[in-house]
Design a protein around this ligand. Structure first.
Ligand code: PBG
Length: 327
């Protein structure tokens, strides 16, 4: 008696059989590439905590978009670093703010060859560095969601396809939906950072985007990593508020929540493999302790296998490169 599992393992020597029985597939088309654009910058500057990743001036943004499109990646997620911050986060909803300008430039040059997703948050734009507006050292949820809706509307006016609120304010999806619809942008979709956890995996990003909180932490609005049901409640709220795409963030340490979200809800699921996930791999591979591309592949496959329909990752370009070569 010969056994099917043994036979399959032997047959896998043949690439065609390997292809047939492969259960999860990963393609550049699954990836979303984050792009950080900084106002008044002369030339790209490397982010020290994220080797190989740079903040870009508006002037060179199209070079970056060119290479992203050529690699077959369908979308970018734009983050802005403004030159001025104030208590209201005014530069976030300025029609000529850095992200709004970047959206216009990309839209004008590439039409619909690439999907433009823009981050909607306040932490880079306010002097306090919190994701919401602050009164008396507390986050004021209700004025924050009004401001988030204003940000989304100016991005929509600039030509964005999808707005992506990452502030974790209650009611942010419905406020943004209403703001967009009232302004005539009912075709702009919302990808909410639905279950965004209070995570130490974000620290390299805070260096990259200059958005560390000036007092306290984000514990009062981000989900504790010990709580899975609470995370599902956050996703459920967003679904009830009319979100188009939900997100679980970070990705790698939260695969159970990606799988659960996929099982419970009939909406597209995105996963954000965050800065710390990138930096850990980069640091170890620079030391020669792990094989970089193999580790990236394994991580991204596991996120897909868990159920993510799309992955925001700082490895988007390098992964797209090796995926194209594998073909
Ligand atoms: C805040 C925001 C953060 C990230 C995306 N948007 C950081 C935070 O909440 O402190 C993290 C992304 C990453 O680490 O790659 N609006």
């Amino acid at each position: 008696m010969s056994f099917p599992n043994r036979r399959l393992r032997r047959l896998r020597k043949n690439k065609s059989i390997r292809d047939l029985v492969q259960e999860t597939r990963l393609s550049p088309k699954d990836l979303i590439c984050p792009v950080f654009v900084q106002e008044d910058l002369k030339k790209p500057i490397p982010v020290e905590t994220m080797p190989g990743f740079e903040r870009l001036p508006l002037e060179v943004i199209n070079n970056e978009i060119d290479s992203i499109i050529n690699l077959g990646i369908p979308a970018v997620m734009l983050f802005g670093i403004p030159k001025s911050k104030d208590d209201l986060g005014s530069s976030a909803f300025d029609e000529n703010g850095i992200v709004q300008q970047a959206i216009k430039v990309i839209r004008k040059s590439y039409g619909d060859k690439i999907a433009i997703i823009a981050d909607v948050c306040l932490c880079q734009y306010t002097s306090k560095g919190h994701c919401g507006l602050v009164t008396d050292h507390t986050i004021d949820n209700d004025s924050s969601i009004e401001t988030l809706a204003k940000i989304a509307t100016t991005q929509a006016k600039a030509g964005v396809d999808v707005v992506s609120p990452s502030a974790m304010m209650d009611g942010q999806v419905i406020a943004i939906r209403q703001g967009l619809d009232d302004a005539g942008f009912s075709d702009v979709a919302i990808m909410s950072h639905s279950a965004k956890h209070r995570s130490s995996f974000y620290s390299p990003f805070r260096d990259a985007a200059e958005c560390a909180p000036k007092f306290g932490d984000r514990k009062t609005y981000q989900v504790p990593y010990s709580n899975a049901r609470e995370a599902m409640r956050e996703v459920e709220m967003d679904v009830n508020e009319g979100v188009d795409i939900v997100m679980i963030k970070p990705a790698l340490a939260y695969l159970d929540l990606i799988a659960e979200t996929k099982k419970r809800f009939n909406v597209p699921v995105s996963a954000y493999s965050v800065s710390g996930e990138y930096s850990l791999v980069k640091a170890a591979s620079q030391k020669g302790w792990v094989q970089e591309n193999e580790i990236i592949s394994e991580i991204l496959y596991s996120i897909k296998r868990a159920g993510a329909d799309m992955i925001v990752t700082y490895f988007a370009k390098s992964a797209a490169k090796f995926l194209q070569e594998e073909k």
